[in-house]
Ligand binder design. Sequence first.
Ligand code: DOR
Ligand code: ZN
Length: 344
Amino acid sequence: MKSLTITRPDDWHLHLRDDAFMASVVGDTAKRFARAMVMPNLKPPVITAALALAYRERILARLPSGLRFEPLMSLYLTDNTSAEQIAKAVQTGLIKAVKYYPAGATTHSDAGVTDLSRCHRALEAMQNLGLPLLVHGEVTDANVDIFDRERMFIDGQLKSLISNFPELKIVFEHITTREAVQFVSDASPRIAATITAHHLLLNRNALFSGGLRPHNYCLPILKKEPHRLALIHAATHGNVKFFLGTDSAPHTRDTKQSDCGCAGCYTAYAGIELYAEAFDAVNALDKLEGFASHFGPDFYGLPRNEDTITLESKAWTVPLELPFGEDQLTPFLAGSSLRWRLKD
Ligand code: DOR
Ligand code: ZN
């Protein structure tokens, strides 16, 4: 196949950061995606509807001219999020989800939830008002092996969350294990999952190939090959429960290449192309459109996009660095050759 035209995709899980940092990355997403679910883990986090609306205005103000893009806002769940705050969020019409970070699970999650039982009222309001919960599904117990944290979350938290709030829509974000694939596949239609391109393309060997590879470090951490294969199977078989969420998470090069490097891969520079690489590798490009452009909006009850994008098969090399605010970042797969690229 030489070119592929699909309905314009959406990114259902994206970190844009803020201010000057955001200005250097938002165009990458807006060139490819019509909409993105913007994560609220700023510092300080986006914990109220008013903060989310103000963040949305800053995003739109930083959009390069000529690009159309709709940021879908999310609220950061805390132990203190009230039912009133949830109602306010829904009333705006611009806040489409609430994000649950277990406190300490990942970047800027220290203000996250210490115990889900504290969030009963907020979750009840979300269930009643139809506002989905986006879950960072990892347990935070330091005694649990880092490669087991997602698997343990399913039995430890997700099952009881679902039985306590059976009507709540839940997206299990950036899943990385075959256990998560199985769980979501078997669950009710109200439970879906996003899958990143980096978890489709790499297994955990990529963290240590020839040396320590900080630019492949993300959370949840890359897993063994059988898990990657389970994700590939989930994404490429037309299952409506699995859809695209890049989790593109830019950090400056220095904060990743450090004594205590940050988690996150910057993939938005090729946010759809990287998925095309993964689908192409298993001859499943015909399944890309459903995964990237249909199943997400269908789950959220939003219209599918009406315009299209075209990808062409033409090899190119990923740059070694990209500007990021006053600084630089190292993009995911820097220096590698990719086969697919976006046609202008
Ligand atoms: O790798 C990650 N980076 N995982 C997350 O959950 C957060 C993200 C970030 O914000 O950098
Ligand atoms: Zn994320």
